[in-house]
Design a protein around this ligand. Structure first.
Ligand code: GTP
Ligand code: MG
Length: 228
């Protein structure tokens, strides 16, 4: 048992006193660096969103249908960037993060029909200032859990005052049915921390097949409208 006088006699540990001005300056530099780092991704995202916005408006003005139903975007938070860097074992320096994390800027586009997914992807990737760094077609090749979506990593030039930065932006394009499925699967995955019970895994897979069949049927029915 600790006696009261022992407590009072304990030497008090003091942190070395940091000069608050130096600490403030260091922190200011770190925050400034982070802001500059994130800013280029925000601009890359803005560029892609402008391209998508133009396509959407053009379709509204000149066609009687629009392949783009919904657009959502996000910048990965510094906390999530740090978490992914640690999880994947990448170096923590900005150059390493830039090289390895290609989804700091992300856009998700939902379309009504599968063929629209591919035509939106074509409309974006054939633009001369867009370079495709990576394509993963989980529609033609669904993931084992049933996940379907078309993933593109696009590289977009961002023109700054003194330089051009080439910024990667992840674009996920999928149908509303695929999006509905992915949203629920994500929540279930989160709830069970990735360890989903076998029965649920099977049910999710079945649901993905049902969603895929609905998409195929809707595509066939759409043929009746001649909207291709
Ligand atoms: P991340 O490290 O998670 O970014 O994956 P990755 O770099 O291997 O790329 P991938 O193309 O597999 O996945 C990128 C993103 O797609 C994920 O961050 C999710 O947003 C989405 N995604 C991929 N697989 C699944 C899945 O099984 N379920 C759901 N709901 N979303 C998925
Ligand atoms: Mg990701």
């Amino acid at each position: 048992m600790i006696e009261a006088d022992q407590l009072t006699q304990r030497p008090v540990r003091r942190e070395p006193r940091a000069n608050p001005f130096e600490r403030g300056a260091e922190l200011g530099t770190a925050v400034g660096d982070l802001t500059a780092f994130m800013m280029t991704y925000k601009f890359g995202l803005d560029e892609v969103l402008t391209k998508i916005g133009i396509l959407r408006e053009e379709f509204t003005f000149t066609h009687d249908f629009n392949p783009i139903e919904h657009v959502k975007s996000r910048l990965k938070s510094p906390g999530s960037i740090a978490e992914k860097v640690l999880r994947k074992g990448y170096g923590p320096e900005p150059a390493s993060i830039r090289e390895h994390l290609l989804d700091i800027a992300g856009v998700r586009i939902t379309c009504s029909f599968i063929s629209d997914v591919y035509s939106v992807a074509d409309m974006l990737t054939r633009q001369p200032d867009v370079k495709v760094l990576r394509t993963r077609d989980y529609i033609r090749h669904p993931k084992p859990n049933g996940y379907q979506s078309l993933h593109l990593i696009l590289e977009i030039p961002v023109f700054l005052s003194d330089r051009v930065e080439l910024v990667p932006v992840e674009v996920q394009i999928r149908t509303a049915a695929m999006d509905f499925w992915a949203g629920l699967e994500h929540k279930i995955h989160y709830k069970y921390r990735g360890d989903i019970p076998a029965g649920l895994v099977e049910e999710l897979h079945e649901a993905a097949t049902v969603a895929g069949n609905l998409d195929k049927k809707m595509e066939r029915l759409r043929g009746e409208l001649g909207q291709h």
